[in-house]
Design a protein around this ligand. Structure first.
Ligand SMILES: Nc1ncnc2c1ncn2[C@@H]1O[C@H](COP(=O)(O)OP(=O)(O)O)[C@@H](O)[C@H]1O
Ligand SMILES: [Mg+2]
Length: 154
């Protein structure tokens, strides 16, 4: 999640104790290396975004790296757009050497998805890896996310 966009939203957060307990337990699990996926569903205005923002703030306070991507309802968004947004924030905040190390063999594939990565890799001879055996872009992103999470809870 793009951190500046999820700084605690204004106003007091009320209720949602059960949901926060469940999501907080999932953070405990993530700290132990067991990730999970949650879907927050409900009518417009019911509080989905606010709950996600509250969870993001709590995770950040616990030292997690929080990356945030949003879908684009109107159509015409680039492929993998939510992933691009989330990971672009990480690219901009990360040292180039560390980034190249994290990206590993999937660097070329990821660079096709995230132009910021291309800029980082140009001149490092890393882009050539996209001409080698093809790793699916999604797999390259997963490998990258795993490498990030090896150093810090994600
Ligand atoms: N638990 C809560 N405590 C305080 N305000 C809340 C809470 N949940 C939602 N709100 C407020 O209600 C409004 C709508 O919530 P939002 O999260 O945007 O809904 P959704 O994403 O489900 O459409 C926002 O102004 C939000 O800050
Ligand atoms: Mg919302």
């Amino acid at each position: 999640m793009i951190e500046q966009e999820v700084s605690r939203p204004g106003g007091v957060f009320v209720g949602r104790e059960r949901e926060l307990a469940e999501l907080g337990a999932a953070l405990d699990e993530a700290e132990s290396g067991r990730g999970s996926l949650f879907l927050l569903a409900g009518e417009p205005g019911i509080g989905k975004s606010r709950l996600a923002g509250e969870l993001a703030a709590r995770a950040r306070e616990r030292g997690f790296l929080v990356l945030w991507g949003r879908c684009w309802e109107a159509g015409g968004a680039p492929a993998y757009w939510p992933w691009v947004q989330a990971l672009r924030a990480h690219v901009r905040a990360t040292d180039r050497d560390d980034l190249a190390e994290q990206l590993g063999a999937g660097a070329g594939q990821v660079a096709q998805m995230i132009p910021d990565v291309r800029a980082v890799l140009v001149g490092r001879g890393k882009l050539g890896s996209s001409k080698g055996p093809t790793i699916a872009p999604a797999q390259s992103v997963l490998s990258w996310a795993s490498a990030i999470a090896e150093k810090r809870n994600l």
